[in-house]
Design a protein around this ligand. Structure first.
Ligand SMILES: Cc1cc2nc3c(=O)[nH]c(=O)nc-3n(C[C@H](O)[C@H](O)[C@H](O)COP(=O)(O)OP(=O)(O)OC[C@H]3O[C@@H](n4cnc5c(N)ncnc54)[C@H](O)[C@@H]3O)c2cc1C
Length: 222
């Protein structure tokens, strides 16, 4: 979903950060910006439909072009550490692709060449809702690699299958020289944190955004 800030408003944020949507009654929900920081006159959100979800179902369905939402941003510490030049493994499930998209498009804009390998996990092909985009990045930039991983593939699926973080481990028996950024399903980020540490990843080089049900958060100075 695309949000446009009021005329003249641009908001500084770092690739990987999220915003908070204020719902009627004061409840809030968090969503990562999928747009890169140089496109800062609005926010692009990838919202997964949660069955019975107040925002992702009921409220989202009722929104039409021109409606107003109250949002606050930026929040979060999930952003590439530009002081590091270690190769990066990005591991995402579902709409965890949103902050990754912002990070990669930011690196493209900066003409960076740090090695980024995205493993994007989902149940089925349809759940990889923008798979052609990282495919195009990989064709165009030799610093970017893309491995889609399906946990419940159809029989004709020619690619990798199973849990996405296990695909990372199958390719990297030793993660000691890498930085890892994991986002999406909290079960995946917890398993990745534990299993990657056992594969030699320095715990300080594991960065994560778990998409837990939204809670209170404080804005981070931009
Ligand atoms: C830092 C952060 C960033 C996030 N970024 C994104 C994003 O970019 N895209 C995105 O789609 N979501 C993201 N989320 C999750 C999002 O904030 C909401 O929690 C989610 O959209 C559900 O909100 P809802 O109002 O639709 O459902 P709710 O009304 O909150 O929940 C309805 C029911 O579904 C359950 N539920 C809530 N969340 C989940 C879930 N994730 N999986 C399974 N069941 C659930 C609840 O326990 C409840 O029973 C993020 C969360 C965090 C903390």
């Amino acid at each position: 979903m695309a949000l446009r800030f009021p005329a003249g408003i641009r908001v500084k944020f770092r690739a990987g950060q999220y915003l908070t949507v204020r719902l009627p009654g004061g409840d809030t929900r968090n969503y990562s910006m999928a747009n890169p920081p140089h496109q800062n006159d609005g926010a692009l959100l990838h919202v997964r439909r949660v069955p019975g979800g107040r925002f992702s179902g009921e409220l989202l369905d009722g929104l039409t072009k021109g409606d107003t939402l109250t949002v606050e941003l930026p929040f979060g510490e999930f952003a590439l550490d530009h002081d590091s030049d270690r190769p990066v493994v990005l591991v995402a499930t579902g709409t965890g692709f949103a902050p990754v998209k912002s990070m990669v498009e930011d690196q493209i804009k900066r003409s960076g060449d740090r090695r980024l390998h995205l493993y994007w996990g989902a149940r089925s092909r349809e759940d990889l809702y923008l798979a052609e985009l990282p495919g195009r990045w990989a064709e165009k930039h030799d610093w970017f690699s893309f491995t889609p991983v399906l946990s419940r593939p159809d029989p004709a699926w020619p690619g990798r299958s199973g849990y996405v973080h296990r695909a990372v481990l199958a390719d990297h028996a030793d993660l000691g020289s890498h930085d890892v950024y994991a986002c999406g399903n909290p079960d995946m980020t917890a398993a990745a944190r534990a299993d990657f540490a056992a594969a030699g990843l320095d715990p300080d080089r594991f960065f994560c955004d778990a998409f837990v049900a939204s809670g209170d958060a404080q804005p981070v100075a931009g």
